[in-house]
Design a protein around this ligand. Structure first.
Ligand code: FE
Length: 421
């Protein structure tokens, strides 16, 4: 008999995502390992039992002082995993929206004081307490929307010291929110004004001064680069990422978002953990990613924010045998704290089935950020889960504004102050 601290019962469906190898590729991406009329039990922060409701009573007893949650016929899914975010910033760029609405392009908006460098100025200026408070608010918004694990990139300080400082803020954000946070070093997000357009020189500094500290102090789980014309060339990106790999740091690439500059090919060549965006990549690029086993992290909200006509090639990538994951890409450019909304756009614009999109937002996203024990509901795994008032997972993505009625991290429900740890 299992002694549980928490039982969630009366669920019309539990999507366990527990079948098959990780990441899920091709037709396996649609297999959610569903259990109908189900319940789950948690002991000491981990799933202790998952099964049909009728077997619950003979298998599980609630410990004295334990909690029972009535799922009210809802659907339980693993805590959502946000595989790509720029959530660590200060200020906002709401002023850009009317300019975008008038059809101004990114370079013109940057000339008028907008763009990444506007956020760099705001983030550099912000007091430590302000940056932490603003970022905590956003992370808690993500958690209320169902995320229990979030990748957090640096990238708005753009100096060696400032970028390392941003990464050093992540443990405090973890304490404040109770979320599982995975830090990624994105010092190469843009060329800082002080470098006067010398991207190569700036990369030299990152390689010489930042990467060794990051590797030594384990400040980041990944190293990423914005590989686009006007930012970092394929050559400069490759130099940075090869230096990271040599230090044992896995890499990611912002690839082929604006133009097909070769970012996806670079990710395939390096055996990167992921290639992200891929809006302009070709079928040949998809094949290269599939051969190299690189996960595609798609960010459909960013595509939508740049133009509603743009769509992430989710269907094409799944059909090409590439593992597909999702992220919010929450940033001051496209401020989105909702993984369910990203999932809905992956279904509509990206043409995934709701099941494929849920796989991309859970087990495959966890794989993309190196969390091999997240994104599933399985005995022994951390009890991270989101309860939706929906009759089945078929309604995820179908209902654009789906928001969970309860979210748990290690069996603890979210409160206004985050998850208790
Ligand atoms: Fe990004």
């Amino acid at each position: 008999m299992i002694r549980a601290d928490l039982v969630v019962s009366n669920l019309s469906e539990v999507a366990t995502l527990s079948n098959g190898s990780v990441p899920r590729v091709g037709s396996a991406a649609a297999d959610l390992g569903r259990v109908a009329r189900a319940a789950v039990a948690v002991a000491q922060g981990r799933f202790a039992w998952v099964g049909p409701e009728r077997a619950l009573r003979r298998s599980v007893r609630l410990r004295r002082g334990g909690h029972r949650v009535d799922g009210q016929g809802g659907t339980l899914v693993p805590g959502l995993v946000d595989a790509h975010s720029h959530v660590l910033f200060a200020g906002d760029r709401a002023f850009e929206l009317p300019l975008k609405a008038r059809g101004l392009g990114y370079p013109e908006i940057a000339r008028r004081g907008g763009g990444i460098l506007a956020t760099v100025r705001a983030t550099r200026r912000a007091a430590r307490a302000t940056l932490l408070a603003q970022t905590t608010d956003r992370l808690l918004g993500m958690a209320r929307s169902g995320a229990t694990a979030v990748e957090v990139k640096s990238g708005y300080a753009l100096s060696v010291r400032g970028e390392l400082e941003l990464l050093r803020r992540v443990p405090e954000l973890r304490r404040r929110t109770g979320l599982r946070l995975v830090p990624t070093f994105l010092g190469a997000h843009a060329v800082p004004p002080e470098a006067h357009g010398d991207a190569e020189g700036y990369v030299d500094r990152l390689v010489r001064e930042a990467l060794p500290v990051i590797a030594r102090e384990r400040l980041a789980a990944f190293v990423d680069v914005f590989c686009e014309p006007g930012y970092f060339s394929v050559r400069a990106s490759e130099r940075l990422l090869r230096a990271a790999v040599a230090l044992g740091l896995p890499v990611k690439v912002h690839a082929d978002e604006f133009v097909r500059s070769g970012g996806a090919r670079l990710a395939a060549r390096l055996g990167a953990a992921s290639a992200d965006h891929l809006l302009t990549s070709t079928p040949e690029d998809y094949a290269a990613l599939a051969r190299a086993g690189v996960t595609a992290v798609l960010l459909p909200l960013t595509a939508f924010a740049s133009s509603p006509a743009r769509r992430s090639p989710a269907r094409e990538l799944v059909d090409a045998g590439v593992p597909v994951a999702l992220g919010s890409d929450c940033s001051p450019n496209a401020w989105n704290e909702s993984m369910p909304l990203a999932l809905a756009l992956a279904v509509h614009g990206g043409r995934l089935s709701p099941a494929e999109a849920l796989t991309a937002a859970t087990v495959n996203a966890a794989h993309a950020i190196g969390l091999e024990d997240a994104g599933t509901i399985e005995v022994g795994r951390p009890a991270d889960m989101a309860l939706f008032a929906l009759p089945s997972t078929d309604h995820l993505g179908y209902r654009f504004d789906a928001c969970p009625v309860a979210v748990f991290r290690q069996g603890n429900p979210i409160s206004s102050r985050g998850f208790r740890q």
